[in-house]
Structure formats: structure tokens, C-alpha cells
Design a binder for this molecule. Structure first.
Ligand SMILES: [Zn+2]
Length: 354
């Protein structure tokens, strides 16, 4: 019989508490038990905390929080061959169904039966021991810390967006939004070889940070009275040229409209940010310029591996994301701090329990 371990539980909207939960036991021979070492707080965690739901995902029973985690393998199922006890790993937190059309079609991130940590009804990773399948773990090289390992999850979001955009050497990229997702997106664009990464945001302190995340220039959009002026400003940062790639990490109508207008014909627009469900944008230009419009949702095959490589090869410095750290026992404080100080936080990391 195994014992219990302490978990950080979102008990209901607005209420987080510590609970003793039974330690999990491996029942699938391809699963691994991980001692969780570091976990990042995500905007989605805060949204469940403050609103109790995101879209169709509604918190109906208490749920363990956390999905951006790294840890060390402490036990393996009998058929595990990809990792061994003692390996340090980043945990990809969503496991799709092997039986869905989406998985079989090659985009398992869209699987309707996805079991994703800390998305209702599935428990998250803010516990001592977490079970995951061996093929949803990526080993961390010795020189990559557990803190960096916890940042693989958000970085993978940026990797996915840039893979969809087909960012490559010499491309000019404009990133709307300099929050955590915007920062990883711009950083990956730069790492993939973009010659220009122009960030657009409304908060000067956020734009200031982008210099550590691949920015070649920044635009504070509050300085411009119309989207046409903003379009001109973006072009002037690119020596009069138009970007081939625009990635929106805001969901804001003005950003979406500006992106469609500023893009070069044949360019790619990628929607990462979530805002209002309905917006007005100049769809007439989409046909005329033959733009590719793509939605980007989480990450899929190889995004995690690429993210770990970008960190281990020094192409993206995710340590620059980590603005706050808390001990496991301070986890409730950590969530409250994030809920109250959203704009000054990029990434908060919570230690795993000893
Ligand atoms: Zn996240």
C-alpha cells in the first residue's frame, strides 16, 4: 500500500487548498512515476482559479492544479524503454486518445478525448508523484535545470506557432502581444532564423522585456491613432518592407486587423491568443493576398523535443522568463500573487514537494 501526498487543489472557483491525496501507482506498463521538482504557473491556471472555467472546460469537482512541470523518474512500468529511474525529464502534460481521428490524422493536440493536466476533469502536476506515459517525457540534459524544464511547456507553444507559420532563416516576423506566450513565440522565431522580430504591445514594461526574447524592434501601439498608422509603423521598422509572418498572441481585434493588413502577399497569419469569440477583420484581403490563416493550439509531435533542444543549445534562454519563485508550501500565495499582479509576472515557478 502506498501513502498519501500533498496536492495543491483548486477546490472551487476562487478557492485553492492543500489536500492529502493517495499516491498514484503505475498500472499501465508504459507509464512512469515522476517526482515533480518544478512547476510553472500558467495563465490558464489563474483563469480557472478566478473564473472556474475556460470555454467549455468547467470545473465541476476539485482539481489538482499545474501542468508545466519537470521532475525526476522514480519508478518505471515493466515495458518502459525510453527513460529510466533517475532521468530528469520535462513532462508533456496532455495525453491524447489513441483512437481519435485527430490523433490518427497527425494532430493529437486536437484530440477531443485529450487528458490534459489541470484541465477539468483531469488532475494536474502540483503533487509529489505524477504518472505519465514514457513517450510524453523529454529527457533534460545535465546542464538544463528543472526550472528550465518547467518552461518547456510554454516554450513548446511558441515552437508550435512557429512551425505552423513555417518561420525560417531570413523571414520577417511581427508578434502581437508581449505576454508570456508572445515572448516565447518571438524567441522561437528568432531561434528559427527570422531576420526581424517586431513586437507590438500596449505596455512599455512588457516591450522592454522583449529584448531578451529575440526582439529586433518594438512598437508601443498606444502611440498610434489608427491601425493604418500602426501598419505604417511596423513597415518602417522593416525598412519599408512587409512581414511574411504575423503571429497574434493577444486575440485583440485591432491586432488581428493590423496583422492582416500589414502582411506581405502570400504571408502567414497564426492565431495563438484567445480573446473575444467574434471579431471584425478584413477578410477581403485574405483572398487577394492569398494569406494562409492558421490556428495554433498547444503543441503536438516533436514540439516538446524541439523546445528542449532550443534550451539545451542556448538558442532560447528561458531563465529570462522566470520572474518569481515560491516554495511548495507557499503555492496558494503564489496563485494569489499571480492573480493580483498579472502584468508584472512573466513566469512563476513553484518548487515540487521534497
Ligand atoms: Zn501552460
Amino acid at each position: 500500500m502506498t501513502g498519501t501526498h500533498k496536492a495543491v487543489v483548486l477546490q472551487k472557483k476562487g478557492q485553492i487548498g492543500f489536500e492529502d491525496r493517495p499516491e498514484p501507482e503505475i498500472s499501465d506498463s508504459h507509464y512512469v512515476k515522476i517526482h515533480v521538482k518544478k512547476t510553472g504557473i500558467c495563465g490558464s491556471d489563474i483563469h480557472y482559479y478566478t473564473h472556474g472555467s475556460i470555454g467549455s472546460f468547467v470545473l465541476e469537482k476539485p482539481m489538482i492544479l499545474g501542468h508545466e512541470s519537470s521532475g525526476v523518474v522514480v519508478e518505471v512500468g515493466e515495458d518502459v524503454s525510453l527513460v529510466k529511474v533517475g532521468d530528469r525529464v520535462a513532462i508533456e502534460p496532455g495525453v491524447p486518445s489513441r483512437y481519435s481521428d485527430e490523433t490518427k490524422a497527425g494532430h493529437y493536440n486536437l484530440c477531443p478525448h485529450m487528458a490534459f493536466a489541470a484541465t477539468p476533469p483531469y488532475d494536474g502536476t502540483l503533487v509529489k508523484y505524477y504518472l505519465a506515459p514514457e513517450d510524453f517525457l523529454v529527457k533534460l540534459p545535465d546542464h538544463v535545470s528543472f526550472e528550465e524544464g518547467a518552461c518547456v511547456e510554454p516554450l513548446a507553444v511558441g515552437v508550435h506557432a512557429n512551425r505552423l507559420a513555417e518561420t525560417s532563416f531570413g523571414k520577417k516576423v511581427v508578434v502581437f502581444g508581449a505576454g508570456p506566450v508572445g515572448l516565447v513565440t518571438g524567441a522561437v522565431a528568432s531561434a528559427f532564423g527570422a531576420s526581424d522580430v517586431v513586437y507590438v504591445d500596449v505596455v512599455e514594461s512588457k516591450l522592454e522585456r522583449t529584448k531578451q526574447f529575440g526582439a529586433t524592434s518594438t512598437i508601443n501601439s498606444t502611440k498610434y491613432k489608427s491601425e493604418d498608422e500602426l501598419v505604417t509603423a511596423i513597415k518602417s521598422e522593416l525598412d519599408g518592407e512587409q512581414p511574411e509572418i504575423a503571429i497574434d498572441c493577444t486575440g485583440a481585434e485591432i491586432c488581428i486587423r493590423t496583422a492582416i493588413k500589414v502582411l506581405k502577399a502570400g504571408g502567414s497569419y497564426v492565431q495563438v491568443g484567445m480573446g473575444k469569440d467574434d471579431v471584425n477583420f478584413p477578410i477581403g484581403m485574405v483572398g487577394g493576398k492569398e494569406l494562409r490563416i492558421l490556428g495554433s493550439f498547444r503543441y503536438y509531435f516533436n514540439d516538446y523535443k524541439i523546445a528542449v533542444k532550443l534550451i539545451s543549445e542556448g538558442k532560447v534562454n528561458v531563465k529570462n522568463m522566470i520572474t518569481h519563485t515560491f516554495k511548495f508550501d507557499e503555492a496558494i500565495k503564489a496563485y494569489d500573487f499571480n492573480a493580483d499582479h498579472g502584468s508584472e509576472v512573466v513566469k512563476t515557478i513553484i518548487d515540487g514537494p521534497e
